[in-house]
Design a protein around this ligand. Structure first.
Ligand SMILES: [Zn+2]
Length: 299
């Protein structure tokens, strides 16, 4: 059951939270920021286990830790919504947080997609953060903390879920998929994102796109524009997934030519967002991608 927690359990981010609790310096509100798949929810679950653990250490073994991880502890509340978080949702949460915890010393309130909360909802939360109930701890999960009001941000401790090395991702994947041959390569292609590493192993289509990104980058100097265009066109309905993979691969390479190519990939992303004809955008990308510039020039 615990294999999937290993990466985050041993992360600097969790260690910081753990130490702050042990030293009595815990914050009453945290923002856990990071892209999808970065481990935000896992961190919030482990932190909630730490908070309610009867051993006071996230032993992951006592009934409190187990219930927290399973999402059934009466003092761990997870708010998750497909829609934007409205002021009504937020009021419900705040009313609940005013109640005493049932069993633990604190009630934990985890808000997923907190960055989608309306300004009104955030202002509502702000009042609680200004005068927090002493026995509630909030964890706001956000893709980008910049989308939260500065007044909310300033009252929370920010935890960024980034910076996992390929090696750490590899070890986590190995623990999850013992004997799986793709683990090493998936870790390299995951760009430090465990969710993507898992998806690469589980989703054949994503694996093939990553392999395509890998080939485009590795062979960019020898491919003709026509060859690159053909490769790109083969995945033209999957650009949402392919282009980020290309970007990550180029950032990882980090040499001047790769960074110039990165500029052209970003141009293509922008042009597709602006509804430029996809075939045109991809042909343009193929042309500049294979041209071998050492400096990106704005189109
Ligand atoms: Zn425990």
């Amino acid at each position: 059951m615990y294999e999937r927690y290993q990466l985050v359990l041993h992360s600097r981010q969790f260690e910081d939270i753990r130490r702050s609790f042990l030293n009595g310096r815990a914050a009453h509100a945290y923002i856990i920021e990071g892209p999808a798949g970065a481990g935000k929810r896992t961190l919030s679950k482990l932190a909630s286990a730490l908070i309610v653990c009867r051993e006071k250490r996230a032993c992951l073994d006592c009934p409190d830790c187990r219930r927290a991880l399973l999402g059934v502890h009466p003092d761990v509340h997870l708010y998750s919504s497909e829609k934007r978080i409205s002021v009504k949702d937020m009021r419900g949460l705040i009313e609940q947080s005013a109640l005493k915890p049932y069993e633990a010393d604190y009630g934990v309130y985890i808000v997923e997609n907190a960055h989608t909360a309306t300004a009104e909802a955030q202002n509502c939360l702000l009042k609680t953060l200004e005068e927090p109930p002493g026995d509630s701890i909030f964890m706001l999960l956000a893709l980008n903390a910049g989308q939260l009001l500065p007044t909310v941000r300033s009252r929370c401790r920010l935890v960024r879920m980034t910076g996992f090395s390929d090696e750490l991702i590899f070890r986590q994947l190995q623990a999850l998929y013992p004997g799986e041959e793709k683990c090493r390569q998936a870790a390299q292609m995951a760009g430090g994102n465990i969710g993507r590493g898992v998806a690469l192993i589980e989703k054949r289509e994503l694996w093939e796109l990553a392999a395509l990104a890998e080939r485009l980058c590795a062979e960019a100097d020898s491919l003709s524009a026509a060859q690159a265009a053909e490769m790109l066109r083969g995945a033209k309905d999957k650009m949402d997934e392919l282009l980020p993979l290309l970007e990550e691969r180029l950032i990882r390479a980090g040499d001047v030519k790769s960074l110039a190519r990165l500029g052209y990939v970003e141009d293509a992303v922008r042009r597709l967002e602006e509804n430029v004809n996809p075939a045109l955008a991809l042909d343009g990308l193929a042309y500049y991608f294979t041209k071998g510039d050492s400096k990106w020039q704005k189109l």
